[in-house]
Design a binder for this molecule. Structure first.
Ligand SMILES: [Zn+2]
Length: 111
């Protein structure tokens, strides 16, 4: 599946060549942050619902319902966003930046 890995120009082998995944890391972080924010915003509805349901036990139930609803949205949003950001970043690394590093020689080169 990863047969797109180019050969190192120094040792003429692809065995130790890895994709430099800068954009992938950035994409994961950015995607996670944006996803968490979006998830939290989207979960305000869920939080309200949770608060309403929690209101059966007034006071504590309202707070717990609101927090757990918002937190669930935040976490779900974070993981969804991080996954999407990771995939987008990987595509950017692989097809746009195309920077590789040979772990045997320690050099970086563009494919
Ligand atoms: Zn090499």
């Amino acid at each position: 599946m990863d047969n797109e890995i180019p050969k190192c120009p120094n040792c003429d082998s692809s065995d130790c060549v890895v994709l430099v995944n800068t954009a992938q890391k950035v994409g994961t972080a950015v995607g996670g942050t944006v996803g968490a924010a979006a998830g939290y915003a989207g979960a305000s509805t869920g939080a309200a619902t949770g608060a309403a349901i929690g209101s059966v036990v007034p006071g504590i139930g309202t707070a717990v319902g609101a927090v757990s609803g918002g937190l669930a949205g935040l976490l779900a949003g974070f993981f969804t966003g991080a996954t999407v950001g990771n995939k987008v970043g990987e595509q950017v690394d692989r097809h746009i930046i195309c920077e590789y590093r040979c772990n045997r020689c320690g050099i970086e080169f563009e494919a």
